[in-house]
Ligand binder design. Structure first.
Ligand code: SF4
Length: 278
């Protein structure tokens, strides 16, 4: 119990989310009730790896709750710890959309100077035939959006729900605009929400489709191979120890799969033998 209380403020554990889990394990309260694996739900911990994708070597390991926010917290912990302990700082971070939340991207871009090779999940696209946010051009110099009708949408600077700025068009402009049926047919004027960390999301979007991004996408397969090896060969589908410390200890031990990788990196293949048929 002491161990569970000690992790309450940790970003990979209690502080990851305010949402109360549907069920709490009486014997292992830090384990997360999850149905994320499309089968029956169960109590789980997440094993998070920081991997050097060039060589497929595990650089750090961190256990966390099995929810996205906790896994993102674990990634931040590993990046900082690796820098402190080994003086290693990546130029780019490769990850899936789970790591594409705006605060994480902002931390990578603005605080750490790491290029996020992470797909950005964009929920702003409209499918009802009206203009999406991407049809509006953002001007960072004047901090306004320009609409398809050539008008400006400004913001009062009020942050809504702690993360969103609203850029509003003038009702006078929209009232007489011939594009109104395609823009805001049910509202007096158009407003565009913008995350306070949208700049970092723009930086992440700018990598999408580049050669470097495609290379990163291919290199991600090395990460999946480590986890496949973990489950199929090392049979780590079930933990033997309980609590955050137990999960961390088992995950660190399982990272001994590094030895196999390092051996294959240093071992030289035998010289090719010529075959001859007489
Ligand atoms: S309706 Fe308003 S926001 Fe939309 S295009 Fe016209 S002027 Fe611009």
């Amino acid at each position: 119990m002491k161990e569970d209380l000690a992790t309450l403020d940790d970003t990979a554990w209690g502080a990851a989310s305010d949402v109360v889990p549907k069920f709490i394990s009486p014997s292992d309260p830090a384990a997360q009730w999850t149905g994320a694996h499309k089968g029956p739900a169960f109590f789980a911990y997440s094993d998070n790896y920081l991997i050097d994708v060039k060589f497929g070597v595990i650089v750090d390991v961190e256990a966390s709750r099995s929810i996205r926010q906790a896994e993102v917290g674990a990634a931040r912990t590993m990046i900082e710890r690796t820098e402190e302990r080994f003086g290693l700082k990546p130029e780019r971070l490769v990850g899936d959309t789970a790591y594409g939340a705006a605060p994480m991207l902002n931390w990578l871009v603005e605080e750490k100077g790491i290029a996020p090779h992470i797909p950005v999940f964009d929920k702003s696209k409209r499918d009802d035939g009206t203009f999406s946010r991407s049809d509006f051009r953002y001007d960072p110099t004047s901090d306004v959006y320009h609409c398809p009708g050539g008008k400006r949408l400004g913001t009062s600077g009020t942050v809504h729900e702690g993360k969103t700025l609203l850029y509003r068009a003038s009702k006078l402009d929209c009232d007489v605009c011939p594009l109104k049926p395609q823009c805001c047919p049910k509202e007096p004027s158009r407003k565009i929400p913008r995350d306070i960390h949208e700049h970092a999301r723009d930086v992440a979007r700018s990598f999408a489709g580049t050669k470097g991004f495609e290379t990163s996408r291919r290199e991600r397969k090395k990460i999946e191979m480590r986890f496949a090896h973990l489950k199929r060969i090392l049979k780590l589908g079930r933990l033997r120890l309980r609590g955050p410390r137990g999960a961390q200890d088992e995950f660190v031990l399982a990272a001994a799969q590094n030895l196999r990788r390092l051996a294959s990196l240093v071992a030289r293949p035998p010289p090719a033998r010529a075959l001859c048929i007489a």
